[in-house]
Design a protein around this ligand. Structure first.
Ligand SMILES: [Zn+2]
Length: 297
């Protein structure tokens, strides 16, 4: 379990240290700021039966992040994963909304190693994976979670989301939508020449735009381009994640679980969701030995 220095200073006692978790501990300071309030909306969001139905009809197979975390924890508990012997690694978007999923799992396994970047692609690559796997506790396990994200508004519009403190209903995922628009320009023949192509100061977005290229036809034919977009990006990301895992699998310690899917972000006062698309278990030899996805359905 890991904890920030600031939180430690506020907690004080050894007993409190044992109990403290980033998302489930709320401490009142002299400024009446509740530490932890901004870490996750999980506790503030309320169950909304009608909205739950709406999300699940738009994304069949989606479950709330809370439900997901419980099911994953229970399955992995049976395999010997514990908060002490497990390192959490994630590859999700830079967007603060993508932290919602991380927060659910950080509350169980402690602070994560970040492998991801824009749109959720694993930009830390082979070197990041190598460093991460070296940090897995001796004789311990790794849980890797990866995937793109997509917003859905309260009235069911996909590709947009209400954000806290912002009046405008904003795009989500902004990077994915920008890449989708770039691709649309190519398939429709309206793209303009970009003199700054592959500029270092925006290299992640340049890579997202490159990695989305094979899906021009698929997205053009989609009934709802914004709904198809995260699934297309997932297919691209899965190839990269598999490549990184297979290259680095000699460094797996006791075992590795890889959870992949689509993160579905919603308004600040409703639960977020996840559509799991893979939940694989690799043994200590780096062999993929079990498909655990049925446990999440
Ligand atoms: Zn994003």
């Amino acid at each position: 379990m890991k904890i920030s220095v600031a939180l430690l200073a506020l907690v004080g006692t050894a007993e409190a240290f044992q109990a403290a978790k980033p998302t489930n501990r709320r401490i009142s300071t002299s400024l009446n700021i509740l530490v932890g309030d901004k870490l996750s909306k999980g506790k503030m969001a309320k169950e909304d039966v009608a909205f739950d139905k709406l999300v699940k009809s738009s994304f069949p197979g989606a479950i709330s992040n809370k439900e997901l975390a419980i099911r994953v924890r229970d399955v992995l508990d049976g395999k010997g994963f514990t908060p002490k012997n497990t390192l959490l690694a994630t590859s999700v978007c830079a967007d603060e909304l993508a932290r919602e999923l991380e927060d659910e799992f950080v509350a169980i396994y402690g602070t994560n190693f970040n492998l991801g970047g824009l749109a959720g692609f694993p930009f830390a690559g082979n070197t990041g994976w190598g460093a991460m796997s070296a940090h897995v506790p001796d004789n311990g396990y790794c849980l890797t979670i990866h995937g793109p994200h997509v917003g859905i508004t309260k009235d069911g519009l996909i590709g947009k989301v209400e954000r806290s403190g912002i009046a405008l209903v904003d795009s989500c995922c902004g990077s994915a939508i920008a890449a989708s628009n770039y691709l649309k320009g190519i398939t429709e023949g309206t793209a303009t020449i970009n003199p700054r192509i592959q500029s270092f100061s925006d290299f992640q977005q340049g890579a997202v735009q490159e990695l989305i290229l094979p899906f021009g036809k698929r997205l053009a034919k989609a009934e709802d381009r914004m709904k198809e977009l995260p699934y297309a990006l997932y297919d691209s990301q899965e190839v990269l994640v598999n490549d990184i895992v297979n290259t680095g699998k000699a460094s797996i310690k006791k075992g590795l679980a890889v959870l992949g899917g689509i993160q579905i972000n919603t308004s600040p006062d409703t639960f977020d969701y996840f559509h799991p698309l893979r939940f694989d278990y690799y043994d200590e030899n780096g062999d993929l030995v079990e498909n655990m996805l049925p446990y999440l359905k």
